[in-house]
Design a protein around this ligand. Structure first.
Ligand code: TYD
Ligand code: MG
Length: 491
């Protein structure tokens, strides 16, 4: 008699599996996050998918896919990189040049930010691209094989909408002005029927909008639970890896910024990108946080228009507030942050206000609160600014998030300017990393940052001491400093 499947417990925060129920997950420390879960039998996924798939790979192909042979490094060919550009340059930039056949991409973001809009546009563009039936999955790239007709993918793109009806999607497509005949729309939530349709049409790319609404009928867990999410995601990723069909998942993000559901989806997929900021601005920032096929930290910039998302390859002064003839208020400094392969000119704003004694607040948005805490401590200790009794607010204008320590100096100057209530000269630009001793350290790619600032009209820059090794920058005056106190002398 076959043994009944063992019951285990899955943490819906970190995805770890435990043999018994516990109040607190021992791996990630989250309370009340363990949920009953039935692990599938070892080969169940493989057999279930093979059975369900009339066009699934035959054994010879499967051998290739599973890497039957070990190869030495010189034997591995790097000739053609198997990527399909999506035709939307900013999306290609985040993916590292295009979509890799057989890869799984997760696109996360708050509801209403534009995930469905972007992916419908991407799906439409992709369905107009020629496809290559020689190079299939990334695993197969070492053995380019021309697949037999039954195993080829078509130029079609399948857009599975699990939240909206096919009619709603058609209305959106009409608004976006798209109507490619090779773009198929499927309104479905049952993962088995979705896989059936994928095997029937063999599209080159499948979009699942959204993964949180997909369910598998034979699982005891209710739709939307962690077990469902994990299993549906695994089935589709397995299908992608074995067939060369790329899968793009849409995932909703909670207000706290995490994926609604387990982090585990992030571990299963190859690439994770998030929509950043809020939907009250018209521009949209899409950031790559994980990429097995390219660099992370790339950002894509778009603008939401009446006809969908428009690319913004050159943001220019988009992230800088435009002030009238009276110039910027106190606490405003321009700086340049590196975001992937691009430099953004941004504006740091600070405000200080006297606080209730003993309860000074520090509120930041767009930069790390810890970093700002450190900068405030350096200002107190090395520049004798008394900030202990003040509330300090620091903000990066227009909803950008920056993790580049090169903006330390700009933050320090903005706080000092707000605190002593004296504005900096209009267009003051500063880059430099701040050390605990109040020293200003050099920053990577200084020249690139200065060139972008010069291009956008900055005429005066405060930079770390480099000994005058910067070539001509269109007449920009450079003020090299070694210590924070020298920068504050500008005030
Ligand atoms: P949507 O893509 O549905 O968001 P998500 O899938 O992330 O929930 O975007 C919805 C918002 O975008 C909605 O507020 C309307 C707006 N929008 C436009 O401004 N222009 C457009 O062309 C479209 C299709 C949507
Ligand atoms: Mg949507």
């Amino acid at each position: 008699m076959p043994k009944p499947p063992r019951v285990q417990f899955l943490c819906n925060h970190c995805g770890s599996i435990h043999p018994k129920w516990l109040g607190k997950c021992p791996d990630c420390g989250t309370w009340d996050s363990l949920e009953q879960f039935q692990a599938p039998a070892p080969d169940a996924r493989k057999t279930a998918l093979r059975g369900a798939a009339p066009g699934s790979p035959d054994d010879a192909t499967a051998d290739l896919i599973h890497g039957g042979q070990a190869l030495s490094l010189p034997e591995i060919r790097l000739d053609d990189s198997p990527r399909t550009p999506t035709g939307i340059g900013e999306f290609d930039r985040i993916l590292g040049g295009g979509i890799v056949p057989g890869s799984a991409v997760l696109v996360g973001g708050e509801p209403g930010i534009g995930k469905s809009t972007l992916l419908l546009q991407v799906a439409d563009e992709l369905s107009r691209r020629p496809i290559d039936n020689k190079l299939k999955t990334p695993l197969q790239a070492d053995h380019p094989v021309t697949l037999s007709p039954a195993h080829r993918v078509n130029r079609t793109v399948l857009y599975v909408t699990s939240e909206e009806s096919a009619r709603q999607t058609k209305l959106r497509a009409a608004r976006l002005g798209i109507g490619s005949a090779s773009l198929l729309i499927l309104a479905e939530t049952n993962v088995e029927r979705i896989i059936g349709q994928i095997n029937k049409h063999r599209p080159s790319v499948v979009v699942i909008d959204s993964i949180q609404m997909i369910y598998k009928p034979d699982l005891p867990a209710p739709p939307g639970s962690v077990t469902q999410l994990r299993d549906c995601c695994m089935d589709l990723v397995y299908l992608a890896k074995t067939s060369g069909i790329a899968v793009i998942f849409v995932g909703h993000v909670t207000k706290a910024g995490t994926l609604a559901g387990p982090k585990i989806i992030e571990h299963i997929v190859d690439t994770v990108v998030y929509f950043e900021g809020d939907r009250f601005h018209t521009h949209r920032i899409v950031r790559c946080v994980k990429n097995r096929f390219g660099s992370t930290h790339e950002v894509g910039l778009f603008e939401m228009t009446g006809q969908g998302l428009r690319e913004l390859p050159d943001p220019g002064n988009l992230f800088v507030e435009q002030y009238g003839p009276q110039g910027p208020p106190t606490g405003s400094v321009l700086t340049a942050a590196i975001q992937g392969s691009r430099v953004l000119l941004i504006e740091v704003q600070a405000l200080t206000a006297s606080s209730v004694i003993g309860a000074a607040k520090r509120k930041v948005s767009g930069v790390s609160a810890d970093r700002v805490g450190m900068i405030i401590a350096v200002l107190e200790k090395r520049a004798e600014l008394r900030l202990a009794a003040d509330d300090v607010f620091v903000n990066v204008a227009r909803g950008v998030k920056v993790v580049d320590p090169a903006i330390d100096l700009a933050i320090a100057m903005a706080i000092a300017s707000a605190h002593i209530n004296r504005p900096l000269p209009p267009g003051t630009f500063a880059v430099g990393e701040l050390g605990l001793g109040g020293e200003i350290r050099s920053v990577p790619q200084l020249e690139l940052r200065l060139r972008e600032a010069a291009r956008l009209g900055v005429t005066h820059a405060i930079i770390p001491h480099i000994g005058g090794n910067i070539p001509h920058l269109g007449g920009m005056a450079l003020h090299e400093i070694r210590r924070l106190s020298q920068a504050l002398a500008e005030l």
